[in-house]
Write a protein that binds this ligand. Structure first.
Ligand code: ZN
Length: 89
């Protein structure tokens, strides 16, 4: 079995672990209904993906109703989505 030649210092371990951190979830505005939506996912409010409806709207609402402990989207997600789309189209 391969064995390390030298002990890894606490400093080197700490420098590696300094990169271990959580990232805030990203939300974009749905191009169809402008509700906040995770990128590369079907929109939960209108059920569209890439401009076409792929699931019935509010199918996710029914699923979330079955999970009463599930938290709603943070207000920051709505704020970001409001800044994220333009009205020119
Ligand atoms: Zn939508």
């Amino acid at each position: 079995m391969a064995v390390p030649k030298q002990k890894q210092s606490h400093s080197r371990t700490a420098k590696r672990r300094a990169q271990h951190k959580m990232a805030a979830p990203v939300y974009n505005a749905c191009p169809t209904c402008h509700e906040p939506r995770r990128p590369h996912r079907v929109c939960a409010s209108c059920g569209s993906y890439k401009g076409s409806e792929v699931v019935a709207p509010h199918a996710h609402d029914q699923r979330q109703a079955a999970q009463p402990g599930r938290a709603p989207l943070p207000q920051a997600a709505y704020d970001q989505a409001a800044l994220d789309h333009d009205h020119d189209r």
